[in-house]
Design a protein around this ligand. Structure first.
Ligand code: HEC
Ligand SMILES: [Cu+2]
Length: 356
């Protein structure tokens, strides 16, 4: 019986060892693939922060990780040492080893050291929290009000007096002359969460409450993010795109956004389709009667690269498909299919395409 048992134990131990090795190998392969894909600038890689708050969070999290790895190495080292050193040997007398009770030194060591570690972790975290949450906006800061909607983002620029959607433009910040962007986060319906991993931590958008956060991107480019709080069926297609522009690009973009909608005489028919349908109840196009707020502002629709919060590229084909049947792109989106005739669909698409 005993022989059987020990044989069984040995094969179980071998199995466990193989499983651990396999799992380790898989983890390693996943980490390598992930690290390689993380090299692209567009991947929202939390290990490649590009903005002051994200960097501070990264530094403190690495510091915490280092301490934890240190603890792990010490504890595991001691454990491995004892397992090897005090293993069962041939000729052991099987007596209990000497027991140590009430050693002041030991008790003190394993109380004081962990307390010190926790104090260090607490203070370094509190410092970063304070630096991020209590940073006063400098005079040159850009202010943006972000309103979360099911399932898209509204961006208001109160300093410049215009509203846009889904694609946030901000200037790159020069540390010598910082131009961070301060965001006021509101919600029109349910909870959402603003998360662009390379720019800052995530902050929720909660109905009847204004939350605040800021970003200070230090390099130009496109940064991707995502609504990080489940908000309904199309939550997964509530993507965020932050374009970090040079100051000159940003100024040019702002000047363009401030203009009323472009009026093109060749699309009068399409404009009529738009203004005589319910589109105007949900969408704003400045300079026309359309003042709806339920859907994205369309005044400069064609200045955006994507449609419906990153759900599709903004090109004539997808634009027509969207107006014909939003569910084809984003099932459960809160824009109804408007049942336009094919001709009206062509006309209104031609009109939308002039909204540069
Ligand atoms: C009941 C309100 C409602 C009506 C009516 C409506 N829309 Fe929309 N529309 C929305 C909402 C909400 C969205 C955002 C959907 C999303 O991204 O989840 C949207 C998105 C859009 C977009 C994409 C905007 C962007 O920035 O990505 C276009 C273009 C558009 N609508 C055009 C139209 C046209 C043209 C009509 C009329 C034929 C129309 N809409 C009628 C609510 C409406
Ligand atoms: Cu959301």
């Amino acid at each position: 019986m005993n022989v059987l048992n020990s044989r069984f134990n040995m094969s179980a131990a071998r199995c466990a060892r193989i499983i651990v090795l396999l799992a380790g190998g898989l983890l390693w392969a996943a980490a390598m693939t992930w690290a390689r894909s993380g090299a692209g600038p567009q991947i929202p890689n939390i290990f490649a922060p590009q903005s002051t708050p994200a960097r501070e969070i990264y530094v403190v999290s690495m510091f915490v990780t280092e301490i934890c790895v240190g603890i792990f190495v010490v504890v595991f080292g001691l454990l491995a040492y004892s397992v090897v050193k005090f293993r069962q040997r041939a000729g052991d007398d099987h007596r209990e080893p000497p027991q140590v009770y009430g050693s002041k030194q030991l008790e003190l060591a394993w109380t004081v050291i962990p307390v010190l570690i926790v104090v260090v972790l607490f203070l370094s975290t509190a410092r970063v929290l304070h630096e991020i949450q209590d940073a006063p906006p400098p005079a040159r800061a850009v202010q943006v009000t972000v309103v979360g909607h099911q399932f898209w983002w509204e961006f208001r620029y109160p300093q410049f007096g215009f509203v846009t959607a889904n694609e946030l433009h901000v200037p790159v910040s020069d540390p010598k002359n910082p131009t961070p962007t301060y965001l006021t986060l509101l919600s029109a319906d349910v909870n959402h969460s603003f998360w662009v991993p390379r720019l800052a931590g995530k902050t929720d958008l909660i109905p009847n409450r204004a939350n605040h956060m800021w970003i200070e991107p230090l390099e130009t480019g496109l940064y991707l993010g995502q609504c990080a709080q489940y908000c309904g069926t199309q939550h997964a297609k509530m993507l965020l795109r932050v374009y970090v522009d040079t100051p000159a690009q940003f100024d040019r973009w702002v000047q363009k956004q401030k203009l009323p909608a472009w009026r093109d005489a060749s699309v009068t028919d399409g404009r009529r389709v738009f203004t005589t349908n319910a589109c105007v109840n949900c969408h704003t196009v400045t300079g026309t009667g359309a003042r709806g707020r339920f859907g994205p502002d369309l005044t400069h629709l064609m200045s955006r690269d994507t449609l419906a919060s990153g759900a599709a590229p903004n090109n004539p084909g997808y634009l027509r498909l969207w107006v014909q049947n939003p569910d084809a792109i984003k099932p459960g989106a809160l824009m109804p299919a408007m049942n336009l005739s094919d001709e009206d669909l062509d006309r209104v698409t031609a009109y939308l395409l002039t909204l540069r």
